[in-house]
Design a protein around this ligand. Structure first.
Ligand SMILES: NC(=O)C1=CN([C@@H]2O[C@H](COP(=O)(O)OP(=O)(O)OC[C@H]3O[C@@H](n4cnc5c(N)ncnc54)[C@H](O)[C@@H]3O)[C@@H](O)[C@H]2O)C=CC1
Ligand SMILES: O=C(O)[C@@H]1CCC=N1
Length: 287
């Protein structure tokens, strides 16, 4: 077990897909043991039963037990939907103090808004992981508050390195990082869905179209990673003059594929900012 997370108690506020991806990585990498982890939600008992059976962690949805776990925790991971954040931070703010570290995975939620809701300057790591963390192949962006010290940073880096690659960036870059890698897996799945459908339309069985598509994505991503070549260079190596790939790329260009993907990335970033602004506005209104 590394120094960063050794003996640290970690409480997850939210027990959904992101929370599970992170604590699964922590447990599988051996960076924490199950007794260090507690996952909580508001009311879904069967989900908590499933998680405690699968990972042997502590779970609860009882508000007073959540308070007890929070009081004992060194690290609190905010892993709920943006719409639930304001209420949760207000509800638990007396327990979220400078002696703990808050790790948020919530899209768009700024440190300024969190500090406004908490009314203190506890150390915060604002992060943006993705669901590939579930299998240790996540990509996570992290920005730290100025109150985060070396040990806090080491703990958070340890946490997210256990589920994939980590980039420490400025907070203002987190929204665009969300557009690339936070939402990114969905664009890739969308393209895979379309390729499978195209294969089926052309006469392949659904199973064969899926096998070929998955292997093509795995192979292409690994080629970029292992050869370190520019994707554009690798694309040109597939594209014989006047061949099949050129014909296909011309069709993608006809539908403005590159523009569509770029606009999607930017729109996701814009949406993250909108979500963050909406929470900030709501928080100020209710002060
Ligand atoms: N799903 C994704 O691909 C990614 C999600 N995120 C962020 O992660 C956060 C969570 O997303 P998911 O795990 O997908 O959501 P989810 O809907 O799977 O899980 C949310 C969990 O929060 C719980 N919750 C709500 N209010 C609570 C409260 N007051 N106390 C304790 N638990 C509470 C819910 O019961 C549920 O267990 C979101 O803010 C999202 O922006 C970040 C990166 C990627
Ligand atoms: O769609 C969302 O809002 C979350 C954040 C990044 C990925 N999923």
């Amino acid at each position: 077990m590394t120094k960063g997370l050794a003996d640290k108690k970690i409480c997850f506020l939210g027990a959904g897909s992101m929370a599970e991806a992170i604590f699964r990585g922590l447990l599988e990498s051996g960076k924490t043991s199950p007794d260090q982890i507690c996952a909580t939600n508001r009311s879904n008992q069967s989900r908590l039963d499933e998680l405690s059976a699968r990972y042997s962690i502590q779970t609860t949805n009882d508000p007073s037990a959540i308070r007890d776990y929070l009081a004992l925790s060194d690290i609190v991971v905010l892993a709920m939907k943006p719409k639930d954040v304001m209420e949760a931070l207000r509800h638990y703010k007396s327990l979220l103090r400078e002696d703990k570290l808050l790790v948020s995975v919530v899209a768009g939620l700024s440190m300024e808004t969190m500090y406004g809701l908490l009314g203190n300057s506890m150390p915060i790591a604002r992060t943006m992981p993705n669901t590939s963390s579930t299998i240790g192949l996540g990509a996570t962006g992290i920005a730290f508050s100025s109150s985060a010290d070396k040990e806090h940073k080491e703990s958070v880096l340890d946490m997210f390195r256990s589920v994939g690659k980590v980039l420490v960036i400025e907070e203002k870059q987190l929204d665009i990082l969300t557009g690339v890698s936070g939402s990114g897996p969905a664009y890739v799945y969308y393209m895979m869905e379309a390729m499978i459908e195209g294969g089926i339309r052309g006469g392949l069985s659904a199973e064969d179209a899926r096998i070929l598509t998955v292997q093509t994505f795995l192979g292409a991503a690994s080629m970029v990673q292992q050869t370190e070549e520019d994707p554009a260079v690798l694309r040109r190596k597939v594209t014989s003059p006047n061949g099949t790939t050129q014909a296909a790329i011309e069709k993608l260009d006809e539908f403005r594929f590159p523009q569509a993907v770029q606009e999607a990335v930017l729109r996701s970033a814009e949406r993250a900012a909108e979500i963050g602004n909406a929470i900030s506005l709501e928080a100020t209104k209710r002060e």
